[in-house]
Design a protein around this ligand. Structure first.
Ligand code: NDP
Length: 293
C-alpha cells in the first residue's frame, strides 16, 4: 500500500492532486494538506482524497509540494522533519530557486528522504487536463523512480542534477515575461497607429513574431479585458527575479533578462501582485495612453 501526499492546494496544486488520486490503485491512499484547511476538506469531498494533518502527511511514501516559493517549502520541511519516514520521496513542484534545491536535498537526505525538483508548466488548464510539462532535477535513478508517479504530466524530462528543474523553469518563465512584454509593447504601438489589434494578432500568429503570449494569452485575456486570475503577476515577477539571480550567480551577461525582471517587478507593484500576469500589459497601456482591445 502506497501513501501519496500533496501539500499546497492552490490554483495548480488542487487539480494536480486530483490526478494523483485518480491514478491511485485500490489500497493506496492520497492525502492532501493545505494551510487553509477548508480547501483540503473541499478536495477530499470532491475527489475522495483524505484531508490530513502535517504529522499524517509526513508519513507518506511520496510527498508532493506546490507552494509559492522555496521559502514556503523550507518552512514545511522544518515543520515536517521530525515526522518524516526514511525511504520516502519529496517531489517539489514549486517554481523554486535553483540555489535552494541542493540545500533542501542535503537536509532531507540526512533523514533518508530523497528530494527531486519537479516544477511544472502548462498553467491551470494544463493541470486540469493532466498534460503539464514537468522538468526534473536530480540523480538519474531517482528521477526514473518518480516518473511513473507524475499522473498530472503530459511530458516529463530530466534536465540535469538537483536544481536544474528549477533553473529551466525560471528561464522558461523569463521567456514568457519577455515575450508577453514585448508583444504588449508592439500592440500598443500598433494601436496608436490605428491598426485593429485582432487583425494584427491574427497575422502575427501566422508569422514569425508569434509566441505563447501572442497565441494563447493576449487575444483571450487582454483584448477581452477579462484578465482571468490563473497565474499571479507576483509569481511571474518572482520567476523573472530567479532568472536574474542565476545570471548573476554564473557571471553571465543577459541585459534583456535583467530588464524584463525589472519591468515585471514594477508592473507587479503598480498593477498588483495578485492580478493575472497578463495584467502587466495594463502598465504598457498607461505608458502609451492606449487600451489594448
Ligand atoms: P496559488 O497562490 O494559487 O497557491 C499557493 C498555495 O501555497 C496555496 O495552497 C497556499 O495556501 C499555499 N501557501 C502559501 N503560503 C504558504 C505558507 N507560508 N505555508 C503553507 N502554504 C502556503 O499559487 P499557484 O498554485 O498558482 O502556484 C504555485 C506554484 O506553482 C508557484 O511556484 C508558481 O510559480 C507555480 N506555477 C503556477 C502556475 C499557474 O498557472 N498558476 C503555472 C506553473 C507554475 P492557502 O490556500 O492557505 O493560501
Amino acid at each position: 500500500m502506497i501513501t501519496t501526499a500533496f501539500l499546497g492546494l492552490g490554483a495548480m496544486g488542487f487539480p494536480m492532486a486530483a490526478h494523483l488520486a485518480r491514478a491511485a490503485v485500490p489500497g493506496d491512499r492520497t492525502l492532501v494538506w493545505n494551510r487553509t484547511f477548508s480547501k483540503a476538506q473541499a478536495h477530499a469531498a470532491q475527489y475522495g482524497t483524505q484531508a490530513a494533518s502535517l504529522e499524517e502527511v509526513a508519513q507518506a511514501d511520496f510527498i508532493f509540494s506546490c507552494l509559492p516559493t522555496s521559502a514556503e517549502v523550507d518552512e514545511l520541511i522544518a515543520r515536517l522533519r521530525a515526522h518524516l519516514k526514511s525511504g520516502a520521496w519529496w517531489i517539489d513542484c514549486t517554481s523554486g530557486h535553483p540555489a535552494a534545491a541542493p540545500r533542501q536535498a542535503t537536509e532531507l537526505a540526512a533523514l533518508g528522504v530523497r528530494f527531486i525538483d519537479a516544477p511544472v508548466s502548462g498553467g491551470v488548464a494544463g493541470a486540469g487536463e493532466g498534460r503539464l510539462t514537468v522538468m526534473l532535477g536530480g540523480p538519474e535513478a531517482d528521477v526514473a523512480a518518480v516518473l511513473p508517479r507524475l499522473a498530472f504530466a503530459g511530458k516529463a524530462v530530466r534536465v540535469g542534477d538537483t536544481g536544474a528543474g528549477f533553473a529551466v523553469k525560471a528561464m522558461n518563465n523569463a521567456l514568457l515575461a519577455a515575450t508577453l512584454w514585448a508583444t504588449g509593447e508592439s500592440l500598443a504601438v500598433l494601436a496608436r497607429s490605428g491598426v485593429e489589434l485582432g487583425a494584427a494578432l491574427e497575422v502575427i500568429n501566422a508569422s514569425s513574431g508569434r509566441s505563447n503570449a501572442s497565441e494563447n494569452l493576449i487575444a483571450q485575456r487582454v483584448l477581452t479585458r477579462q484578465f482571468p486570475p490563473t497565474f499571479a503577476l507576483g509569481l511571474l515577477a518572482k520567476d523573472a527575479g530567479i532568472a536574474l539571480d542565476m545570471v548573476q550567480a554564473v557571471g553571465g551577461s543577459a541585459p534583456l533578462l535583467a530588464q524584463t525582471a525589472g519591468l515585471v517587478r514594477g508592473a507587479a507593484h503598480l498593477i498588483g501582485a495578485k492580478q493575472d500576469h497578463t495584467a502587466a500589459l495594463k502598465l504598457i497601456e498607461q505608458m502609451n495612453g492606449v487600451e489594448l482591445k
